[in-house]
Ligand binder design. Sequence first.
Ligand SMILES: [Zn+2]
Length: 110
Amino acid sequence: MVPELQGTPASVDPLTGTMLVSAQWWNSASFDERLFVLLHECGHLEAQGGEFEADRWALDTYAQKGYSLKGAVLAFTHIMPFTTTEQYQRGTALLRQALQLQHSPTGSNR
Ligand SMILES: [Zn+2]
């Protein structure tokens, strides 16, 4: 936990696995927002990928643990500033994945 991070609630170093979380953000975040961000950072390590792969891994794990997919998607919309095209694309991909998981909870890959 660090006092504040610029432009992100958390980050992870893929080489060391060290995760930094903004205390300022954490203290005002909901349970779903905290969980999604932590799983997203773990996703960078587990999926060894970028933002889209980390989001996908986070939502898959969210679903496997039985948490609300709606909660995860809403958390994402609260966290994202939506100032870039990529952020909208990530939101769209996440919603699509959530809908697929909702209709096929055990075996959604694409
Ligand atoms: Zn990320």
